[in-house]
Design a protein. Structure first.
Length: 95
């Protein structure tokens, strides 16, 4: 994966976590720690993506849906859509 794409995926995941932190505080960061494809700082920033970024997106959206239901899922999907509109050549589909 090109470095630029890696940075975009990381930024996308940061925005998903940030949005959930606005709703759920530090619990959102704790759930991000559960996503096996991600290495996340204590502050909730993505430090590293291991494996497929799309798998990481799917996993984190699932974790947040379990926490907050469809509202949390929709918030995360809105971030993905915004990035897809910004970078239409990238496959950002989390589901």
């Amino acid at each position: 994966m090109p470095i630029e794409y890696s940075r975009i995926y990381q930024e996308l995941l940061d925005r998903i976590i940030e949005g959930q932190k606005n709703l759920y505080g530090e619990l959102a960061v704790k759930l991000a720690f559960k996503v096996k494809e991600l290495e996340v700082s204590e502050g909730g920033n993505v430090l590293k993506i291991s494996g497929s970024p799309k798998d990481a997106i799917r996993s984190i959206l699932r974790e947040y849906e379990v926490l907050g239901g469809k509202l949390s899922r929709a918030l995360g999907e809105a971030v993905v859509r915004a990035y897809h509109n910004r970078y239409p050549d990238m496959d950002l589909n989390g589901e």
